[in-house]
Design a protein around this ligand. Structure first.
Ligand SMILES: Cc1cc2nc3c(=O)[nH]c(=O)nc-3n(C[C@H](O)[C@H](O)[C@H](O)COP(=O)(O)O)c2cc1C
Length: 191
């Protein structure tokens, strides 16, 4: 099983990263090969809206630090994205990735209205979202990004939300989040 983990927090001791690390460790213990990208350490542009990926090119024409990440994305069996919620959305770092994810959508989608992805079908995904606010707030955000994975043919999709973190310290993730990460890693590795 090949795992691609994309870290969206700029913080060194991020809870979202800690949860992703627990997933990665358990996945590795179950035979997975993990590749991790820390977006905040990378140099890349947001989508330029050039639509080259819809008018002749099969992939994004930008050549930067996201280019090898998108190569890994094609091969990955499991994609993990981890992010804090910033101003009611994923971090700018992760939004930059998701805007470029547009390049994986085939132009047929715009003719037929039927979502068609260039990615191999049947991948698995895990979205990890941490937030200061309580659980009832921002429930839509992870679901919204999960829907992009769904329309791209991801079949087994999970979400972990670690909430009520408004204390400005490096508080560890909730024990339930860690347990969920490890359980999902084992499920993905054995399914
Ligand atoms: C710029 C900024 C914006 C934030 N906006 C929100 C927000 O809209 N809603 C919320 O619940 N928490 C918000 N937070 C709190 C973070 O989501 C929270 O501290 C999170 O646990 C940090 O995750 P990390 O440890 O994975 O980096 C914000 C924090 C920062 C620094």
């Amino acid at each position: 099983m090949k795992v691609l983990t994309i870290l969206g927090s700029p913080r060194k001791n991020a809870a979202s990263t800690a949860i992703a690390n627990h997933f990665n460790e358990e996945a590795t213990a179950n035979g997975a090969e993990v590749t991790t990208y820390t977006l905040n350490d990378m140099d890349y542009k947001g989508c330029q809206g050039c639509n080259a990926c819809k008018t002749g090119k099969e992939s994004c024409v930008l050549n930067d630090d996201l280019t090898p990440l998108f190569e890994s994305l094609k091969e990955a069996d499991v994609v993990v994205v981890a992010t804090p919620i910033y101003l009611g959305d994923v971090t700018a770092q992760l939004k930059g990735f998701f805007d470029r994810f547009y390049s994986t959508i085939s132009p047929e989608y715009f003719e037929t209205g039927i979502p068609t992805s260039r990615l191999p079908q049947g991948k698995k995904s895990l979205i990890i979202a941490t937030q200061g606010a309580e659980e009832t707030k921002h429930a839509d955000i992870a679901n919204r990004y999960d829907s992009y994975f769904e329309t791209s043919g991801f079949k087994d999709r999970k979400i972990i939300r670690d909430c009520s973190r408004m204390d400005f310290t490096d508080k560890a993730p909730a024990a339930t989040s860690i347990t969920m990460a490890k359980t999902i890693a084992r499920e993905f590795a054995t399914a």
